[in-house]
Design a protein around this ligand. Structure first.
Ligand SMILES: Nc1ncnc2c1ncn2[C@@H]1O[C@H](COP(=O)(O)OP(=O)(O)OP(=O)(O)O)[C@@H](O)[C@H]1O
Ligand SMILES: [Mg+2]
Length: 281
């Protein structure tokens, strides 16, 4: 059963892929609940089952057993069409690599999820412009997607994820193709979607440096899914920062956490990037 606190409940979920000579148990039996308005990070080694779990949560890949309940709706009890419709209205998706319709400009690419839901161009475009403004990339509206930098593309893809005003934003390795500066900017944006626009964020990442930014963590290893509140032994200082995250002063806290991360890292120079991050908010 779902309750007010959780947006998604996963019950006894399992996913296996049957191949000619073997069966891959990509997700072993697991149950968990994703809190509303959380910043949930799913992490684990390559091949551990993160994307498979995410695909089950998003209604893309029917589990072998178990259920996914999204705001009291049992996703896999819906017909394929109804599930596609439900996804379009309730989920915004951001991936590591973006797929654009090359013949459309940025504005119309951001409109695509609305077009698929039956909106006409004159209805969709004002909403797409609003989404681009939220991410501070409305100046790119008339450009072709192919001329954008990878960082700009990722910001536009966030606008596209936001355009139908979904409750949940799902991001699979959204910083995977980006340098540190652009990666930090995307993390700041995701956090602002949580705090300023009240979204629930579910993000898959390999990058353990981002873990302190989450409010809820799930680890996946060899298909075994566990909640890992304690596993990484967050310091009392980090916990204190996370507490402040939830306050109005979140923007400064985000920057503090990013700066702290950067100052602890000798191999990455991010000087100058913080002002840019701020500009992008
Ligand atoms: N469609 C499929 N058919 C067969 N096996 C699959 C399929 N999709 C995933 N798998 C297998 O399931 C396991 C988990 O894959 P998954 O893509 O979920 O891992 P991941 O944690 O997302 O990895 P990465 O970090 O590299 O993206 C892997 O062993 C993978 O080969
Ligand atoms: Mg993956």
């Amino acid at each position: 059963m779902n309750n007010q606190k959780n947006v998604i409940e996963i019950v006894d979920l399992e996913k296996s892929f049957v191949l000619p000579h073997t069966t891959v148990k990509a997700i072993k039996k697991c149950s968990l609940s994703i809190p509303k308005n959380s910043f949930t990070i799913i992490h684990g080694p390559s091949g551990s089952g993160k994307s498979t779990l995410l695909d089950a949560i998003t209604g893309l890949e029917e589990p072998t057993a178990g259920s996914v309940i999204f705001n009291s709706v049992n996703l896999y009890s819906l017909s394929n069409d109804k599930r596609a419709n439900f996804r379009a209205n309730n989920l915004g998706l951001v991936y590591q690599t973006n797929y654009w319709v090359a013949s459309l400009n940025v504005l119309d690419n951001v409109c695509v999820p609305l077009f698929l839901s039956g909106y006409l161009p004159h209805e969709a475009r004002p909403l797409a412009l609003e989404a681009l403004k939220k991410i501070n990339v409305d100046h790119l509206a008339k450009q072709g997607p192919d001329v954008l930098s990878i960082g700009e593309q990722q910001r536009v893809s966030m606008a596209r994820a936001l355009v139908s005003d979904p409750q949940v934003i799902i991001a699979d390795e959204p910083t995977g193709s980006l340098d540190t500066t652009n990666g930090d900017a995307i993390m700041s944006l995701l956090l602002s979607l949580k705090t300023d626009f009240n979204k629930t964020i579910i993000m898959v990442t390999h990058n353990l440096e981002y873990l302190p930014m989450s409010t809820y963590r799930i680890s996946v290893k060899d298909g075994v899914v566990t909640e890992d509140e304690q596993e990484h032994g967050l310091s009392p200082e980090t916990k204190e920062k996370l507490k402040h995250y939830m306050s109005d002063d979140d923007d400064k806290q985000i920057q503090d956490i990013l700066n702290n991360r950067s100052s602890n890292s000798t191999s990455k120079s991010t000087s100058g990037s913080k002002a840019e991050d701020k500009d992008q908010k």
